[in-house]
Design a protein around this ligand. Structure first.
Ligand code: ATP
Ligand code: MG
Length: 218
């Protein structure tokens, strides 16, 4: 049985931006998940391995202790709720923002408290919370991806989605009409692992914190 540290993360943006943080700790993955089909990736350290999971599944693996720690976007953590997770550190990576977007011809300024709109999103909790705080009633349509399509084909008036450059919105003739909150990725830790594997975990947490602080200072 593997008795070391298991880190869960998603491939793509988060994996790419995590690599330098791992390298600063002396950890180098032995395979690239973009080209490999392996879901368990060994590293140069026999006591550290990576699990490659869907971004939304990272908190679940850590919550149940299948992974000791993980890296997940604040968007994912807000939807998950964070139960059973210790969140010691904002890694300051994978920056974007959660926003409301609509077709250019949709008059979002006419949406007033007491009004009603149709919202398509995979961020159900965040969308409910945001529009409730504005006093706007919503018909919520849960999607799992390609949210940009919904306003174009009349499925929804607006979407709640992540935006970084705005390129995807522009390519689909959508405009960002309101920013909900800034998003970055955080380190999450299983609460039992933190106690039981403290000697292995703490140096890793310290090293991540040090790298993040050093990068902020530079
Ligand atoms: P898929 O795109 O395969 O359906 P996904 O949407 O769950 O999966 P990604 O698009 O790779 O996964 O996003 C993973 C995480 O990266 C998100 O949870 C978010 O925190 C962050 N992220 C998403 N989009 C952006 C973006 N445009 N810029 C920066 N970070 C982003
Ligand atoms: Mg995506």
């Amino acid at each position: 049985m593997f008795t070391g540290i298991t880190l869960a993360l998603s491939k793509g943006r988060i994996f790419e931006e995590t690599l330098p943080l791992l390298a600063a700790t002396g950890i180098v993955p032995s395979e690239n998940p973009e080209s490999s089909r392996s879901l368990i990736i060994a590293t140069n350290r026999a006591d550290v391995r990576l699990l490659i999971v869907r971004a939304t599944d990272v908190p679940t693996y850590v919550q149940y202790g299948a992974a000791d720690l993980g890296i997940a976007g604040k968007d994912v953590l807000l939807e998950h709720g964070g139960a059973g997770l210790y969140q010691p550190l904002d890694l300051d990576i994978a920056h974007c923002r959660m926003s409301v977007a609509a077709r250019a011809d949709f008059d979002y300024s006419a949406v007033r408290p007491g009004g009603r709109i149709r919202v398509a999103t995979k961020y159900v909790k965040q969308a409910k919370r945001h529009f409730a705080s504005k006093g706007v009633h919503i018909d919520l349509i849960k999607l799992y991806g390609s949210m940009e399509l919904a306003p174009l084909v009349g499925l929804a008036d607006v979407i709640v989605d992540l935006v970084s450059t705005g390129g995807t919105l522009r390519a689909n003739n959508l405009v960002e009409v309101e920013t909900i909150e800034p998003i970055s990725s955080r380190l999450i830790v299983n609460q039992a692992s933190l106690k039981l594997k403290h000697a292995l975990l703490q140096p890793l947490l310290d090293s991540f914190a040090h790298s993040v602080a050093a990068r902020r200072a530079s």
